[in-house]
Design a protein around this ligand. Structure first.
Ligand code: ARG
Length: 570
């Protein structure tokens, strides 16, 4: 069944054709104010100017020609010329019943599946991980999940920073003051310590900096001892990253770090020079964008005068490789807003290289501490993701133990994980990605308000209704025929699901799904208070159970797209 918006659009298109506006692509959106209807269009107002007509008259003409009686109440005209649509109760029931037997829950697959590379997470080996990596990991994973569900061919690639100038320092530190025991118990912390201490030494003593540069040159030249140290750094760091990914339930199809592209850098720069796309300026190879006002004075450096390559060079080589291997329609780079200029330069250079893929920088803002400044630990360091996730689970475990002391230990641990990790993810995903949001444990773990525990709890409530059913789970469910206002409201919310999920990818906004789920949970609570389920009987009971079943399925599915678990009890 097509979604309500698609169905309305088709009927509206026919009416538009009848008044000579067949080329017009009308907007249809869920109504802002539900008292006036379920959906509305402003198309009459859009057409008023070019047609030099009163928008209310155009609206009346369209309504007179629109045939929707099979699923809508007679459309109403409101305000300056909005047309409002309300689905009939019978049609709402039909749609909910269709969702009950549809594994896609009314969400259509994309009409034209695309090949998409999602570049996300990408922490750096032997460098402190910053909160930007948390946001990238959570956001990128959700976008990949949604795109996959919509039928796109998705490759999630973790472009880890496993090559770079930091290794000169780390290798120096490794050779001079490595603490083996620390390396074994907390490898990343030890690698970061080596990096930092060497850095501090180098600031005071230029002989140390020279040594670091030498170690780096040796590594780049393939010196076996330095390569072996580097390999251990990468393997140890990856081991730690993997623990987090397991905890977060985040997976990648590829893990092609920066080092993978080493051999491609030199020939790439030579080719760009030979083709005239790049030129030598003061000994360095650069791409100039003289005809692009935004970038005219911001050339992209691709080889330094000392012969070293840069972040940009690797990204261009990476993109070329992705073109060769996947020929993607789109590449999404889920990386913080401060990298905007870097990606503008990469995208512009790629365009000149003839790369046609739709390249997007999926940027995001910062996470702030409760003092509204960039989130740091008390000692002023970046917060370690592992610590943060660990604390989330511990805090959630305390809450779960208090609320449900009787649960078996293993189940309680699994629930604490779903609630704690879910809370952290939801705090991220319920915000517009560009928002700088305040990280607050109390807020994100609250059972009230727009939080993961609130949504998980709505799901738990429904599951507990079904557990109380003596006759068993499925037997007495549906068909749904909404009658009471609270039943209608819940049904309306449910049928919006199919039009909500695809919107996420339009501007990379999982927060639209979060807001939808929050309103759905609200509608469910309204229904639950107004309409007894187990204490009703006959068809009413079956219909209410049907509504409950589909609500639980949508909550679970929607949370799943956000990478958040929905336990049966909590
Ligand atoms: N490692 C980089 C950082 O920590 C992020 C890499 C993002 N992806 C890319 N293709 N540039 O900032």
């Amino acid at each position: 069944m097509e979604t309500p918006v698609a169905a309305l659009r088709a009927r509206l298109a026919a009416a538009l054709g009848a008044i000579g506006e067949g080329d017009c692509a009308p907007q249809i959106a869920p109504a802002a104010d539900r008292r006036f209807g379920d959906y509305q269009t402003n198309v009459a107002m859009v057409l008023a100017k070019p047609r030099r007509e009163n928008p209310r008259k155009i609206a009346a003409d369209l309504v007179a020609r629109m045939e929707v009686a099979d699923f809508c109440e007679p459309p109403e005209i409101a305000g300056a010329g909005f047309i409002n649509f309300r689905l009939t109760p019978a049609h709402l029931g039909e749609r909910v019943n269709a969702m009950a037997v549809d594994p896609r829950l009314g969400v259509p697959a994309a009409a034209a599946p695309r090949t998409i590379v999602v570049d996300f997470s990408a922490p750096n080996v032997a460098k402190p991980m910053h909160v930007g990596h948390i946001r990238s990991t959570i956001l990128g994973d959700t976008l990949a999940r949604v795109a996959r569900f919509l039928g796109h061919r998705v490759t999630g690639d973790n472009h880890i920073g496993d090559w770079g100038t930091q290794f000169g320092k780390v290798i120096y530190g490794w050779k001079h003051f490595l603490d083996r025991a620390a390396l074994e118990s907390e490898p990343v912390t030890e690698l970061v310590r080596l990096y930092r201490e060497t850095n501090a030494l180098g600031d005071r003593d230029s002989a140390v900096s020279d040594e670091c540069r030498r170690e780096l040159v040796l590594l780049q030249a393939g010196d076996p001892a330095n390569l072996a140290i580097w390999e251990q750094c990468v393997a140890l760091s990856w081991g730690e990253f993997e623990k987090m990914y397991t905890l977060l339930d985040v997976a990648f199809d590829e893990r092609l770090g920066e080092s993978f592209y080493n051999d491609r850098l030199a020939p790439l720069v030579e080719r760009l020079l030979a083709s005239g796309l790049a030129e030598i300026s003061e000994g360095a190879a650069c791409v100039f964008f003289r005809d692009n006002p935004a970038l005219a004075d911001k050339p992209c450096l691709i080889r330094k005068s000392d012969g070293g390559y840069l972040y940009a060079t690797t990204d261009l080589a990476t993109l070329e490789y992705r073109e060769e291997r996947w020929n993607p329609d789109a590449v999404w780079y889920v990386t913080g807003a401060p990298q905007a200029l870097h990606f503008q330069q990469i995208f512009e250079t790629a365009r000149r290289m003839g790369i046609a893929a739709d390249l997007r920088h999926v940027a995001f803002g910062s996470i702030l501490g409760e003092d509204r400044r960039l989130m740091k630990t008390r000692s002023g360091d970046n917060v370690q993701l592992a610590d943060l996730l660990g604390e989330a689970v511990v805090r959630a475990a305390a809450i779960v133990s208090e609320k449900s002391p009787g649960l078996p230990d293993a189940e309680r641990a699994a629930i604490a994980r779903a609630v704690g990790i879910g809370a952290v993810k939801y705090a991220e995903l319920s915000q517009h990605r560009m928002t700088d949001y305040v990280f607050s444990w109390e807020k994100m773990l609250s059972f009230q308000g727009n939080t993961a525990p609130y949504l998980q709890n709505a799901h738990v409530r429904i599951r507990s209704i079904f557990r109380k059913l003596p006759e068993g789970d499925a037997a007495l469910r549906g068909p749904v025929h909404p009658v009471e206002p609270a039943e209608m409201e819940l049904a309306r919310r449910l049928v919006l699901y199919g039009d909500t999920v695809p919107l996420i990818l339009e501007d990379f906004r999982p927060n639209l799904l979060a807001a939808y789920l929050y309103e759905l949970a609200d509608a469910f609570h309204g229904f639950y208070e107004a309409c007894p389920v187990l204490k009703s009987d006959g068809d009413t009971r079956a219909s209410r159970l049907g509504l409950c079943g589909v609500t639980a399925a949508v909550l679970r599915h929607g949370l799943g797209l956000l990478g958040i678990g929905a336990p049966d009890r909590m």
